[in-house]
Ligand binder design. Structure first.
Ligand code: SF4
Ligand code: SF4
Length: 93
């Protein structure tokens, strides 16, 4: 079945063909109350941003290497990861 017209759009890739700058992740927050130490984000982040910290809770230690792909935020089974973006105006959201 073809899902004609359906377009999945993320904050980080809004209309790249129109020349809109891709939002850049500047901060990665891991809610350690929710993280269950599954290691999924550590395993799948393409840039090795995360390491296992205390009690194997994920910690973002290489935020500067992040390519804003949003994978971690989407695959965390406990919704424990929040990406913070530079909105281009010097503010973060
Ligand atoms: S994917 Fe989520 S629950 Fe699993 S280690 Fe990473 S932050 Fe924790
Ligand atoms: S957005 Fe992508 S590159 Fe950045 S920390 Fe998450 S999985 Fe890694």
């Amino acid at each position: 079945m073809v899902s004609a017209g359906l377009r999945v759009q993320s904050r980080g890739s809004a209309y790249p063909e129109a020349g809109v700058a891709k939002a850049r992740v500047v901060e990665i927050n891991v809610n350690h109350q929710w993280c269950k130490s599954c290691g999924v984000c550590i395993e799948f982040c393409p840039r090795d941003v995360f390491v296992a910290g205390e009690r194997d809770r994920a910690e973002a230690v290489r935020v500067e290497a992040c390519i804003s792909c949003e994978l971690c935020e989407r695959i965390c089974p406990d919704l424990a990861i929040t990406l913070v973006y530079d909105n281009g105006n010097g503010n973060h959201e």
